[in-house]
Each structure stands twice: as C-alpha cells, then as structure tokens.
Design a protein around this ligand. Structure first.
Ligand code: FMN
Ligand code: SF4
Length: 469
C-alpha cells in the first residue's frame, strides 16, 4: 500500500530548507551524527547499519551495511568514502533533488559513513552541469565546517572528518564506480577490471566505499530512528529491503515527479496515484522500472511464480502492476528496480523507436574499451535504424538478438549488460511489433514516442514555453 513519508523530503520546498538552521530546526539535523560519534564504536555502527536493510540506491541494490563491513583498516593507507552523484541514467532524477533541497542530510550521512568505515575524508562526485547541486553542497559543507560538525573534532570527538565536492565532466560511464574513481584521480573515465574491488583498492589505491548519494543521505534518518525500526517502515522489511526511498515517475504521466515513499509501492500506485495517470487518459502500455538499463515490462503481463518458495508466489497469476516494488521482487519479475525512477509509456508508443532511442544513447556513451560493447552497441543501432527505415530483414532480428546476447557477460563493466538487457527486453516483449516493422516498410514513418497533443512538460513550464512562442 502506498505510504508517503518525509524523512528525506521534510525540508523540500521549505523556505531556506537547504540551510543548516532549517535542517536542525525541522529535521533534528546532525543529532544522529552526534549520537553515533559520541556513543558508538565503529563496529557498532556497521552492525546497526546492516539492520536498516538499506539497499543501494545507485542501481544494483547491494545492502549498504554489508558493503561497509567489507572495509578493513589498512596498516599504512587511509580509507575513503566516495558518494556517487553522477546520476546519468536516463529517466533518473532523484539525487539532484536531494542535493538541491536537502544537502545537509548528505553531509550528515558522510560523517556517519566515514566513521563507520574508518575514513576521514568523503568525496562527493557530481556532474559539472548540476550547478545548483554543487553550490548547495559546497554551502552546506561550509556551514557544517563553521559549526564544527566537520573538522578536527566533530561533536567533541577526536575523529576528524571532512567532505569535498569533486566535479565530473558529465559522462554516463563515470557513474560506474571504478570509472568514477579513475575520473576522481584525474585519469580518463574508464572502468577498471574487478577484482580488486574498491574496498581493497579504491580511490588513490586505498580502501574505499562507493555509495550512491541517496544511500548515504538516508543514513541519518535510519540512525536517528533506530535502524531496525527504520527498516520496518518498508512493506518489504521481511525480505531485507528496508526503509524509505525516493521514487521518480516520468514519461507519459500527467504529473512527473519525485516522491518519498516507504519501500514497496506497486507500479499501479506509482503511475496512477503518484503520477496522476497516463497522459491523454490513454491505456498504460509499458514501463521501464528503474532507469533505461532495466528491462521493460508490458502493462498486460501477469506474474508467473508457481513455485511456493518464490517471494512472488502470492502474486502468481495477478497483474505485475500489483506487486510491491523492491530490489528482489523486481528481479522476480525478470527486470531490475535499478534507480527506482520509472518511465511510463502510453499505448501507441513504438517499441522500435524506443529501442532505437536507447541504443543511440548507449552507443554514444560506451567508453570503447571492450569490443563486444563498443562494436555491439553500434550493431544494435544500425539494425534499429534499418527497422525504422523499413529496410531490415527477419534474419536481422535474430542478429539483433545474438549481438545483444554476446555483449552479456563479456565486458569489463556492467554497462555492457545495461545496453544488452533493454535491447533483449524490447525484442522479447514486443517481437511481433518488430516483425511488423520488417513486413511494413512504412511502419517507421508512423512511429512515435510521444502522446499526440500532450506534452511532457509540467503545466508551469508549458505556460513558459507557450509565452516564448
Ligand atoms: C554504466 C553505469 C552507470 C552507473 N551510474 C551510476 C550513477 O550515476 N549513480 C550511482 O549511484 N550509481 C551508478 N552506477 C552504479 C555504481 O557502479 C555503483 O554500483 C553505485 O554507485 C554503488 O552505490 P550503492 O551501493 O549505494 O547503490 C552505475 C553503474 C554502471 C554500470
Ligand atoms: S562494457 Fe562498455 S563501457 Fe564498460 S568498460 Fe567495456 S566498453 Fe567501456
């Protein structure tokens, strides 16, 4: 059931909500960091963090507390916490709201996170074009330093902590954690082979935890409440997917937005209750659940989970739109929760045009190190182009499938899967439509990605656009 919460978003929209004074007044700001630094050991912090069941908000859904536990003190090297605020995944727009509206939750999360993993410095990696995000983070750091929350003795504890903002030039691949680390070090933003993992060899060759910005931003709320209590806010606490998180709704909906909800809303609730329904009151056709790398779901799919041991068994035979959305339930549906920002598509959208659009993006963003990704993404685009131009053959649909399949598991980083999975998803779910584009050479000319007569822009932006015309 839809449960709106406001742990992260309490100061959103409040006058000067991004400032320290408002954060302290409205959200018990820095009380959690004070509690942690003055009353807990490092080990206790990690044990407590595990109880929150915070699944990484950057896409893969790895449990945050478990990741923190991989950090071991090194005899000679310092440790680092690195926050990933690159947010380049198409359809994803949640971290930006946090940086702009509630930067102090992120800084407070850095203090707790640094202490937990044994680091004294956190870097926040932000793409350069996010000017307001950078300014708000920098201002929050200055305020926290001035108050002594960052510095040599935060809350009287002789445990120095400092936070720095580092900007990246805005490449999607720099969101991949090892590529981000290369970029942070001033190198070319290309992924590194794993292992070694960042916990062993991370930033500047030192043990490092890389977490998504929202993952760290929610930490103060969890510690303030008690991590187990926090986890129980979620409808999926029993399957270790705890707390609350930011959900984005975009695409063909009446009210594109970012909201904070207890983990476990259904897709139906996100589209209709949060997003206000489909543009033009069109039938719902398909949803990309968590950023463009996650495989598409058809709105008419039913859950197939006949095995009684499956976490989805109670939904067997029901609409996929009515399954509480979490990291493992999304996996059970054959897709991924990813960044938790859904892209909604109305009936009439062309799956071939949608796939072409995505593949153009991936081809452009491939760093080029691996042949299957560099060349394969080009093949995928070329076949999509031929489908749209009405010159593709049936055999090329099989080529499309085999090229995507050959990218899977054969690359240095998960960008390869992020390219292949959506391609395979569209092809599998809409095979008949793809075949129709081979038979009808004019199909591509009629293809659309928009809802006729409707705009993606919110009403206020519409008014501005019309005035400009
Ligand atoms: C191509 C690619 C792009 C990524 N972009 C981002 C990103 O913009 N932000 C992010 O937090 N994670 C991104 N990730 C995931 C990171 O590699 C990493 O898993 C994440 O930052 C870990 O944080 P979390 O455990 O808190 O989710 C990306 C991964 C890949 C393969
Ligand atoms: S999978 Fe693609 S993006 Fe990742 S390292 Fe290889 S070529 Fe670069």
């Amino acid at each position: 059931m839809l449960k709106h919460t406001n742990y992260l978003t309490k100061v959103y929209g409040v006058k000067d909500g991004h400032t320290l004074a408002v954060y302290e007044r409205e959200a018990q700001g820095y009380q959690a960091a004070k509690k942690v630094l003055t009353s807990m050991t490092r080990e206790q912090v990690v044990d407590e963090a595990k109880k929150a069941n915070i699944r990484g908000r950057g896409g893969a859904g790895f449990p945050m507390g478990v990741k923190w536990s991989f950090m071991r003190p090194h005899a000679t090297k310092p440790a680092y916490l690195v926050l990933n605020a690159d947010e380049g995944e198409p359809g994803t727009h949640k971290d930006r709201t946090l940086m702009e509206e509630n930067p102090h939750s992120v800084i407070e999360g850095c203090i707790i996170g640094c202490y937990g993993i044994g680091a004294h410095v956190a870097y926040i990696y932000v793409r350069d074009e996010l000017h307001l995000s950078k300014a708000r983070l920098e201002a929050a750091i200055e305020e926290a330093r001035a108050k002594g929350y960052l510095g040599k003795t935060p809350f009287g504890k002789a445990y120095p902590v400092d936070v720095h903002v580092h900007t990246g030039a805005g490449a999607y691949i720099c969101g991949e954690e090892t590529s981000l680390l290369n970029s942070l070090e001033g190198r070319r933003g290309e992924p590194r082979l794993k292992p070694p993992f960042p916990a062993q060899v991370g930033a500047f060759g030192c043990p490092t935890t890389v977490n998504n910005l929202e993952t760290i931003g929610i930490v103060p709320s969890a510690f303030l409440m008690g991590c187990e209590e926090f986890s129980k806010l979620s409808a999926l606490h029993a399957i270790n997917d705890g707390g609350v998180r930011l959900y984005g709704v975009n695409g063909h909906v009446k009210k594109p937005c970012v909201v904070e909800l207890a983990v476990g809303p259904t897709l139906r609730e996100l589209v209709y209750d949060v997003g206000g329904g489909v543009l033009g009151d069109k039938p719902l056709w398909a949803i990309i659940p968590g950023g463009s790398s996650t495989p598409v779901l058809r709105a008419d799919e039913l859950v197939h989970a006949p095995d009684e041991k499956s976490p989805l068994h109670e939904y067997h035979g029901k609409s996929i739109l009515d399954v509480p959305l979490g990291v493992d339930t999304a996996r059970g549906l054959g897709t991924m929760l990813g960044t938790c920002c859904i892209t909604v598509m109305a009936e009439g959208t062309s799956p071939v045009a949608a796939m072409q659009n995505l593949m153009q993006f991936y081809r452009h963003e491939s760093c080029g190190q691996c042949t299957p990704c560099r060349e394969g993404s080009g093949w995928l685009v070329r076949i999509c182009d031929k489908l749209m131009a009405g010159t593709a053959t049936m055999a090329e649909l099989d080529t499309l499938h085999s090229v995507a399949n050959n990218i899977m598991g054969n690359t240095i980083c998960a960008f390869g899967e992020g390219t292949a999975m959506p391609a395979l998803g569209f092809l599998k779910k809409f095979r008949k439509d793809f075949e129709a584009y081979v038979r009808d050479s004019q199909a591509g000319k009629r293809a659309t990605l928009v809802v006729e007569g409707e705009s993606f822009l919110p009403p206020s932006a519409n008014a501005g656009a019309q005035a400009a015309e």
